[in-house]
Design a protein. Structure first.
Length: 520
């Protein structure tokens, strides 16, 4: 395959991989309405035509989610908010294979296996809307590549080290879990990557000197991380046993850790890689990738490429994949009050690294394998694009209700059925945030209550039931009366409000499985 053909195939695959983000009006991501709401507040914090200035204030402290919120808010000056968010997500989807390609080239390997990661850009973490973590993954792979080049590229060692320092800080500003992986991955690369000076080095000092630039490159990120740990864990935990989103005990105590067993993790590993649609259609691109990966592994083992690595260095990429896989199996699912959905998020990173760690195939096999990977991207674009468009039609119920929502509303979400006919995830859970953002109001639940948010409430948090997942716990007298709009989904409003529906409340809109109730 010529370099020109390879570049065209690679670019075509990237376009196809990101295409599903642009063919539908709404993306099926559970937390996306909450993220867009916070970005809207951050961007319009001084806008007197909204409720934002009266309720919210900037949180002037280091939080690992700053990168996503502030970048999209900056793009919002040039583009509408949802378009700005799609641009950001596009950078993530294409950045995942590009970051892995950079790491592969840094390790002296062909870059075409990076295309096999495109289906892995979607799946479980995407469906839940863990955008901050997803955005950190391409940067994590980039960090690993920069670290290797800082060790091995002698003439440009200092420049690579500066890039490493900036990249590692950026990873932390997106998500601490990705930074946690690098705490294991970078030492692994340090001890398994030979440097040119090793050939004539004698003594510990001679071996350490060429590695100083790489070690210095991690200092800013580690310093920032330690500063955040002091700020985050220096505060006494809010211990409320049994309460949602609160610590149930001291940070690492047994009562504060929720675990999944080995068998459950094993059963879920492949499932979470492609679990978006009820009909399982998104598994077909994953199957296509698996076939190409198996072929690449088989050809690489049977007829390896001409490049030879040292006995330890050849296992560097595979070792990174094994580390990510170990985090998936060994970490708890939740550390209550601090980190949720902890171990499961490492599945996509582990799969991407393991798939790409195949032995290098001979040059004559790389063209058909790369073209096969590009064909897999075409299948991905068709399947995901069709599913996303089907969901967008279902989500039109939000548009209908937004049209009858008044300006500056206080919207309580009472979502008894958050499910979708198209996707597996409870993507209608945060519909109240959609209506509130459209009209400059406030929903009963926002991420401003969490310490990783760039915003906080100025005074008391608006009253609401303990968990947005349990609207049946509503006490209308103490919680519901603060609001003037009520988004009810999955139950008729008469079952929720009883006689109040005739006296003080009225149904003003209905679409799909949702009703909008407003105070008279």
């Amino acid at each position: 395959m010529t370099n020109r053909t390879a570049r065209i195939a690679f670019a075509a695959a990237l376009v196809l991989g990101a295409l599903p983000l642009w063919v539908s009006r709404v993306l099926p991501m559970v937390d996306l309405p909450q993220h867009l709401y916070l970005i809207s507040v951050l961007h319009r914090l001084e806008d007197p035509t909204t409720l934002y200035p009266a309720l919210f204030a900037a949180r002037h402290e280091l939080t690992p989610y700053l990168g996503y919120y502030y970048l999209v808010s900056a793009l919002n000056w040039l583009l509408p908010l949802e378009v700005a968010n799609r641009v950001f997500l596009t950078a993530y989807v294409v950045g995942l294979p590009l970051g892995l390609a950079f790491l592969l080239r840094s390790l002296g390997r062909p870059s075409w296996p990076a295309l096999l990661t495109l289906p892995l850009a979607y799946g479980d973490s995407f469906g839940w809307g863990f955008i901050n973590y997803l955005a950190a993954l391409p940067l994590t792979l980039l960090c690993c590549g920069l670290f290797v080049r800082t060790l091995t590229d002698v003439p440009r060692r200092r420049a690579w080290g500066v890039g490493l320092a900036a990249c590692l800080v950026t990873v932390l500003l997106f998500h601490v879990q990705a930074f946690g992986f690098l705490a294991l991955g970078l030492p692994w690369l340090l001890f398994t990557t030979p440097v040119p000076e090793d050939a004539g080095a004698r003594g510990l000092g001679a071996r350490l000197r060429p590695r100083v630039a790489a070690l210095l490159g991690v200092v800013p990120g580690v310093t920032l991380f330690l500063s955040w740990v002091v700020l985050r864990f220096g505060n006494p935990p809010d211990i409320q046993p049994g309460a949602p989103w609160k610590a149930w005990g001291p940070t690492f105590s047994p009562q504060n850790l929720a675990w999944k067993g080995f068998e459950q993790n094993r059963a879920e590993f492949l499932q979470v890689l492609a679990n978006t649609f009820h009909d399982g259609a998104d598994r077909w691109p994953l199957y296509a990738v698996a076939l190409v990966a198996v072929a690449g592994w088989g050809l690489g083992l049977a007829r390896p490429g001409t490049r030879r690595e040292g006995p330890v260095a050849r296992w560097r990429l595979l070792g990174l994949g094994v580390l990510a896989l170990a985090l998936f199996f060994l970490l708890p699912f939740d550390i209550r009050g601090y980190v949720y959905y902890l171990n499961t998020r490492y599945a996509h990173l582990a799969a991407a690294l393991l798939v790409a760690s195949m032995p290098a195939t001979r040059v004559e096999w790389r063209r058909p394998l790369c073209l096969a990977a590009t064909a897999g991207a075409l299948l991905l674009a068709f399947v995901m694009g069709r599913g996303f468009r089907d969901f967008a039609e279902e989500a039109r119920e939000w548009d209908v209700l937004a049209d009858v929502t008044e300006v500056r509303p206080r919207v309580m979400g009472l979502v008894f059925d958050a499910g979708s006919r198209v996707v597996r995830f409870p993507v209608f859970l945060h519909g109240a945030a959609v209506l509130a953002r459209e009209r400059g109001g406030v929903p009963n639940f926002t991420f401003a209550t969490t310490p990783h948010s760039p915003l906080r409430y100025r005074d008391e948090v608006p009253p609401t039931f303990p968990s947005e997942w349990r609207p049946q716990d509503l006490d209308y007298a103490t919680q519901g009366s603060w609001y003037d709009h009520y988004l009810v989904r999955g139950a008729h409003p008469s079952r929720v409000f009883g006689g109040r529906l005739q006296s003080e409340l009225v149904i003003v809109g209905q679409s799909g499985r949702s009703w909008l109730v407003r105070r008279r």
